[in-house]
Write a protein that binds this ligand. Sequence first.
Ligand SMILES: NC(=O)c1ccc[n+]([C@@H]2O[C@H](COP(=O)([O-])OP(=O)(O)OC[C@H]3O[C@@H](n4cnc5c(N)ncnc54)[C@H](OP(=O)(O)O)[C@@H]3O)[C@@H](O)[C@H]2O)c1
Length: 246
Amino acid sequence: MESLSNKVILISGATSGIGRAAAKLFAERGAAVVLGSRRKERGEELVEEIRRGRGRAVFRVTDVTKHADNEALVDLASTTFGKLDVAFNNAGVEAIGSLLDLDDATYDRVFDTNVRGVFSAIRAQIPALERTRGSIIVTSSTAATRGFANAALYTASKHAVEGLMKSAAHELAPLGIRVNAVSPGPTSTDMLDRFTGGEPDIMARRVPLGRAATPEEVAQAAVWLATDAARFVSGIALPVNGGLTA
Ligand SMILES: NC(=O)c1ccc[n+]([C@@H]2O[C@H](COP(=O)([O-])OP(=O)(O)OC[C@H]3O[C@@H](n4cnc5c(N)ncnc54)[C@H](OP(=O)(O)O)[C@@H]3O)[C@@H](O)[C@H]2O)c1
């Protein structure tokens, strides 16, 4: 198995779910992880946990909707570990409701986080990643492949995330930067609980393999995309959904 001990990985949305699992997995594989999210206490607890396991981790309170925060997280990677090899732009929020219920404020919240957040983060990361010929991974969703009733804004935002990913893959290839997405189906996290009103089985039973993914299973796909084994892979959204989109 390829060691990641020479890699520095930035992860947003690291305080729970897929981002938290990715932080632990990348650190177990030897990478230094630079973590960002809004909840300070949770972030600091995670850093402690990773360090207890002899991993290398730092955390900074980060709101991905703010460009200065995205730049500061890249600076933290450079000042602490000397460089940035991989950025996993994973932070996201959901919104549930009919088209008549969803309003402008919800639009702003969802698009500011899911789309502006990824756009701003990528812009902040390009100079550092150009130096290492690194790579970018974003978290998309099955909701980027089809429509979903009562989730129009979330679905539209994830279509936009994949548009950004594919465009960045074209534009940044001459700089040696690969850009990909992981595309989870239902995954056992706080978000899935919120999406399903605390009944995740509603979505999990539609999955051909019969259950929701674990956050670790999605994180494994991000790890693969970050390794040199994926060095000729760019511009894809890798489904981790138990056959849902087959
Ligand atoms: N769970 C699923 O079924 C599923 C399926 C497909 C795709 N996804 C995607 O997977 C990604 C991770 O979601 P999850 O399921 O792990 O949900 P989660 O447990 O709710 O985690 C979301 C993470 O995003 C962070 N976050 C939210 N807004 C942020 C902001 N403005 N700035 C910085 N961090 C922010 C949260 O941390 P703070 O609150 O501390 O900021 C949290 O760490 C999201 O992009 C989501 O759309 C999830």
